[in-house]
Design a protein around this ligand. Structure first.
Ligand code: GLA
Length: 403
């Protein structure tokens, strides 16, 4: 009897003190917008409100983009009790009013902090203020926290991110927790229980194929970031995603490169966090960001990250399993010239042993082909397919088994 009571007591206290992240929050990769790529530190409440308006008016909200995330440099000073305040010049109405506004539009608000003494932009970090900050965010009605890794000299990554996770959980407000330590401490190996997404690399740079050297650090083009995802797909899944950083679509790359960027991030089941000025989008940019069939590949409820099954002469063939036996197929041409390619379907008869255990059965099953960018059917997989993949662009299909 005594033993039973002791056992129940241990079980109860373990349950009560068990800290965790909020589950069922990001069951598909989060979609939204973030201020950093376009505005860096020049962000204020007027811009955020206008971006929220544009998110709705452009149809992006209805296509699934929900989060409006303020990145670095929103901060003012800490008050005499150590609570963080917003910069009153840039956010004169305060973050709570902004969050009410964003919520009134059917959107959610995200904010940014850092596990160290200061953010990367030199604003107050959360070190030593984790519970205070989480409480403040919860009071403001924040729905998403990106937590950065600058100025963390003596801090242990796993511990620091767990501490903030617990602080968020203690507030009782479900907040998506976005881990941003650039892949330095292999978060894919420990962060499934800690956050909903984790950055896998350093910062993205607004170019397709380049590395930008800033002296003490480097940022990476679309292809360079893509290559750094090698080996990581097995760590992602429902509610815990690899984050290859935010999108640069609409920030100056040509249409072909933007389309390839969007397609590949969709194949990777990456968070789709826009980084452009939504108030002044061209039709080309809108067409890319609002392609519901490509978004559906990204948001597919199986939650399986795509895999590269062939890479030859700068042409890559990627497959991503989807619900109902369908697959997304993306052919990426990394070259600066158009390439002819013959798609021999039976060459892609394989089983995804590593993650989903699903097979394409392309030698026995016939699939209907739909081109996701022209949005037109293109026959079926009975015959090989001769195609031209334009330079630094993609051809993207969804193939679905014939009934
Ligand atoms: C780091 C992050 C970026 C951005 C900046 C803000 O570099 O990786 O995404 O948040 O800090 O200063």
């Amino acid at each position: 009897m005594k033993k039973t009571i002791l056992f129940i007591f241990i079980l109860l206290s373990a349950t009560l003190s068990y800290s965790q992240k909020f589950e069922n929050l990001a069951q598909t990769p989060p979609m939204g917008w973030n201020s950093w790529n376009k505005f860096a530190c020049n962000i204020d409440e007027k811009t955020v409100r206008e971006i929220a308006d544009a998110m709705v008016e452009s149809g992006l909200r209805d296509a699934g983009y929900t989060y409006i995330n303020i990145d670095d440099c929103w901060h003012g000073k800490r008050d005499s009790l150590g609570f963080i305040t917003a910069d009153t010049q840039k956010f004169p109405s305060g973050i709570k009013a902004l969050s009410d506004y964003v919520h009134s539009k059917g959107l959610k608000l995200g904010i940014y902090s850092d596990a160290g003494t200061q953010t990367c932009g030199g604003r107050p970090g959360s070190l030593g203020h984790e519970y205070q900050d989480a409480l403040t965010y919860a009071k403001w009605g924040i729905d998403y926290l990106k937590y950065d890794w600058c100025n963390t000299t003596d801090v242990n990554a796993k511990g620091a991110y767990r501490l903030m996770r617990d602080a968020i959980y203690a507030t009782g407000r479900p907040i998506v927790f976005s881990i941003c330590e650039w892949g330095d401490n292999q978060p894919w190996t420990w962060a499934k229980e800690v956050g909903h997404l984790w950055r896998t690399t350093g910062d993205i740079y607004n170019c397709f194929d380049c590395i930008e050297d800033h002296g003490t650090w480097k940022s990476f083009g679309v292809l360079q970031i893509l290559d750094k995802q090698e080996g990581l797909r097995k760590y992602a899944g429902l509610g815990h995603w690899n984050d290859p950083d935010m999108l640069e679509i609409g920030n100056g790359m040509p249409e072909n490169q933007d389309r390839a960027h969007f397609s590949m991030w969709s194949m990777l089941a990456a968070p789709l966090i826009l980084g452009n000025d939504l108030r002044s989008m061209s039709d080309v940019t809108k067409n890319i960001l609002l392609n519901k069939e490509v978004i559906a590949v990204n948001q597919d409820s199986l939650g399986v990250q795509g895999l590269k099954v062939e890479a030859k002469d700068g042409i890559e063939v990627w497959f991503k399993p989807l619900v109902k036996g369908s697959w997304a197929v993306c052919l990426l041409n990394r070259n600066k010239v158009d390439k002819e390619y013959t798609l021999k379907w039976s060459n892609f008869n394989f089983t995804d042993e590593e993650v989903s255990k699903l097979s394409t059965n392309l030698s026995s099953v016939i699939y209907n082909i739909r081109n996701l960018w022209t949005k037109k059917p293109e026959g079926n997989t009975k015959k090989d397919k001769k195609i031209i993949i334009p330079a630094q662009d993609v051809i993207m299909y969804k193939i679905s088994p014939l009934k």
